[in-house]
Design a protein around this ligand. Structure first.
Ligand SMILES: [Zn+2]
Length: 125
């Protein structure tokens, strides 16, 4: 194992239905989940085995007003505020999860949105 720290890497992508996005790096994503209790209060539907989820935009705006201490809080609040639908979509881009256990209508909605937004999904192997 190398002791050198990993370079910043995109870890979480927050998307709205228009394809607007805010990306958090690994450390930012960890901090954000720590500050927000894993986004528990704003999550509509989530994969049980990774951090991908559907969150309620209005609830996220409220949450960010209470927790404005994250470096990306302003950008996320703006994304949530301007979202064209009630939901935002979070993709855990570091995970290899296939979301096989995400058995919920939210998963279909999440997939549909990510499929429509170019440049989010990594190309299929
Ligand atoms: Zn998953």
């Amino acid at each position: 194992m190398t002791p050198a720290p990993l370079p910043p890497e995109d870890a979480l992508v927050f998307l709205d239905d228009d394809g607007s996005r805010v990306t958090l790096e690994t450390a930012e994503a960890l901090m954000f989940f720590g500050l927000t209790d894993g986004l528990d209060a704003v999550t509509v539907s989530a994969c049980p085995t990774c951090r991908s989820r559907v969150v309620a935009a209005v609830a996220l705006t409220d949450l960010l007003e209470r927790e404005p201490f994250h470096p990306q809080a302003a950008a996320l609040a703006e994304l949530a505020d301007e979202a064209p639908t009630l939901h935002l979509y979070v993709e855990d881009v570091l995970s290899d999860c296939e979301h096989d256990e995400w058995l919920d209508p939210g998963y279909t909605e999440w997939c549909d949105t990510l499929d429509e937004v170019p440049g989010v999904r990594r190309p299929a192997p």
